[in-house]
Structure formats: C-alpha cells, structure tokens
Design a protein around this ligand. Structure first.
Ligand code: NI
Length: 196
C-alpha cells in the first residue's frame, strides 16, 4: 500500500525517533509499504517519520544511481545492489573530508541543494529479522544512509544549509507546508488550508 508522504513543516519530522523491538505491530507490512511508497515516488530512501511514524526505521535502494554514467563502474555496481532495511541504526564513526552533493528529499519536493557530509561512515544496525550488523559505507551509499539517519534524529537536509540559503528558501518551504506544491506522489501537508 502506498502511504502519503509527510511534508516539510510536520512536527513528526522534527522528533528524535524511538527504537523498536521485534514485537512492533505489523512491522513486515510497514516495511513493505514503505518500500512501495519509496519506489512510487522514485526515491532512493525513505524514513519512518516521513510516513508519520517517529520510529528508528528506514529503507534504502540506491539502484537508480547505478544508471549515472558519470560514476565509476565499481561504484555503480555497489549502488545497484545497495538495498537495505535499517532498524535502530547508530553511527559509530564518521571520517574524512566533507564533500558536497546535490541532495533532495521526498518531504521537500522541488528543493535541491548541495549538502556537505563526511564520506565514510561506520554504523551498527538491525536488519528486518533483528540480527545486529556493523558495516562501513562510503561515497553515495554513505551519503544516502546519512540523509536517512538524519530523519530519525529529526534533522532535514535544509538544516545543513547556510543561513543565507535558508532565508532564500523560507517562502518555498512555507508553501510546501501549506500544500502549495505539485508533487507527483501522495503527500500529507501540515498547514493545508481547508477549502482551497
Ligand atoms: Ni529525506
């Protein structure tokens, strides 16, 4: 089932999300619905707060980046196969010189800005069966992980922009929260004016 994606301005996007346990109700179904919602919106990641649940869960599938011919073939191969469910993820270490990449977010349609992040991240998380894993990601895989991880911490990529950029974007972000935006997927707007 495709779920509506929560738009910028909704308080759920600002909550520090809670850890979950294997008895979380209908978890398999929720994960399946989140994947379907992500694919329907052509996203490469989707975090639970974006469908209105403040829990530490996100899904990633970077395979669309594998089509990007400006990337090295070895990186494209990694991105083609990077499909994961992350539960209760923690960042153990972030390393390296920050690099910029033009990011977007399904909760903030039509806004794309360069965001600077460290290139390498070592993480611990649980998979769908609650087995614990430790892994190190780099490049775009790390980038997508960091973006989704920020969601479960209540952080959005626009928070990481300069104060000038934030000022320039303010009206656009206000409009998104009011539903004055055309997204080609279903959304839920916190400040939608009734009867519009
Ligand atoms: Ni996002």
């Amino acid at each position: 089932m495709i779920l509506p994606i929560v738009a910028y301005g909704d308080p759920v996007l600002r909550k520090k999300a809670k850890e979950i346990t294997p008895d979380y109700p209908n978890l398999k179904e929720l994960i399946a619905n989140m994947k379907e919602t992500m694919y329907n919106a052509s996203g490469v990641g989707l975090a639970a707060p974006q469908i209105g649940k403040a829990i530490r869960l996100f899904v990633i599938d970077t395979s669309p980046f594998a089509e990007d011919e400006s990337l090295e073939e070895s990186d494209r191969a990694t991105l083609r196969d990077f499909k994961k469910v992350y539960i209760n993820a923690k960042i153990l270490e972030e390393e390296g010189q920050e690099w910029g990449f033009n990011e977007g977010c399904l909760s903030i349609p039509d806004v794309r800005e360069d965001v600077y992040r460290q290139p390498k991240v070592t993480i611990e998380y649980q998979d769908e069966d609650f087995n614990t894993h430790t892994e190190t990601l780099d490049g775009l895989a790390a980038r997508v992980f960091q973006h989704e991880y920020d969601h479960i911490e209540g952080v959005l990529f626009t928070d990481k922009l300069s104060s000038l950029k934030k000022r320039l974007l303010k009206r656009k972000l206000d409009n998104i929260s009011k539903g004055k935006i055309n997204a080609d997927y279903r959304m839920r707007f916190p400040n939608l004016k009734k009867g519009r």
